[in-house]
Design a binder for this molecule. Structure first.
Ligand SMILES: Nc1ncnc2c1ncn2[C@@H]1O[C@H](COP(=O)(O)OP(=O)(O)O)[C@@H](O)[C@H]1O
Ligand SMILES: CC(C)(COP(=O)(O)O)[C@@H](O)C(=O)NCCC(=O)O
Ligand SMILES: [K+]
Length: 259
């Protein structure tokens, strides 16, 4: 019995194989592919792993990409399930106006963050930052209610937007500096401060709303780039989406429900 978790973002597909669909599962193998290389999975990485008995994924990259992933999964005799954000799941309540319109990666990552806090007996409000193609910053109260969140462009999109919208900005990535004195550093620092500042603002909002200090958790492919420049104390957890998928799978496929 093994469980394959898949996270398809707008830039890359991430996958992880576990020995069972449960929160205490053991990681057996994992990998990542840019979306343009999805077609290599069945004959490449996935040909070298044991057939999973369950597959659960989240996809925010659109129907066409999802179909290409499903095609690769035909390698095995297994019907994949896909997370759709709902009004409540695995201990989290969704405050979005239309719960199903919330990006499923955001929902799954929040479930992962919530599980992590509960596992260590921490009943604090939480700000969750996900730095991928886009950046999302979510606010979850101490009772596990998603209050709302923001979406902003990721580093790459910010730079491309500036390049295409101006005559004078075509420069390689620079360094993050307090007081940038060249165009490259100015652009890199601008993007980084925009994200760090947005997180700071959401932490302030949530502290004000709840009267408690929020715990800040960060994840996503570009999380490590942001970590040194954050102005609030934050914890980088690379596996948050997989933790969330395991928690959901535990509820759906596992014998014993959690929290
Ligand atoms: N080695 C890397 N390869 C690709 N992207 C990377 C790498 N390191 C950091 N990144 C950054 O991470 C982002 C992709 O992160 P990821 O979480 O996979 O995004 P998504 O879920 O939107 O596909 C890219 O936009 C890029 O800025
Ligand atoms: C905000 C996102 C684009 C983030 O995508 P990512 O950076 O992970 O590729 C994605 O979660 C999405 O398409 N959301 C749907 C709209 C919403 O959450 O309101
Ligand atoms: K993502």
């Amino acid at each position: 019995m093994s469980f394959l978790a898949i996270d398809v973002g707008n830039t890359r597909l991430k996958w992880a194989l576990y020995d069972k669909p449960a929160v205490d599962a053991r990681l057996l193998a994992h990998g990542v592919q840019f979306l343009e290389n999805i077609e290599t999975l069945a004959e490449g990485d996935w040909s070298r792993i044991a057939a999973p008995t369950q597959v659960l994924g989240c996809v925010v990259a659109g129907e066409a990409v999802k179909r290409r992933v499903i095609e690769q999964l035909e390698l095995w005799d297994v019907t994949p399930q896909w997370v759709v954000s709902s009004a409540a799941e695995a201990g989290l309540v969704n405050g979005y106006d239309h719960p199903s319109r919330l990006g499923s990666d955001r929902w799954v990552a929040m479930i992962g963050a919530r599980q992590r806090l509960i596992a260590r007996g921490q009943r604090s409000p939480c700000v969750l930052v996900m730095v991928g193609t886009a950046v999302t910053v979510e606010a979850i109260d101490a009772d596990g209610r998603f209050l709302g969140g923001i979406i902003l462009p990721g580093h790459g999109i910010m730079l491309r937007a500036l390049e295409s919208g101006t005559a004078g900005l075509h420069v390689p990535t620079g360094e993050v500096r307090d007081f940038p004195t060249n165009t490259s550093d100015a652009l890199t620092s601008g993007g980084t401060f925009a994200i760090a500042g947005a997180v700071q603002r959401m932490v302030d909002n949530l502290r004000h709303h709840s009267g408690q200090e929020p715990t800040c958790i960060m994840t996503g492919g570009a999380g490590w780039k942001m970590a040194p420049s954050m102005t609030v104390k934050s914890e980088l957890v690379e596996s948050l989406i997989f933790d969330g998928l395991l928690a959901i799978a535990h509820h759906r496929f596992g014998a014993v429900p959690v929290a």
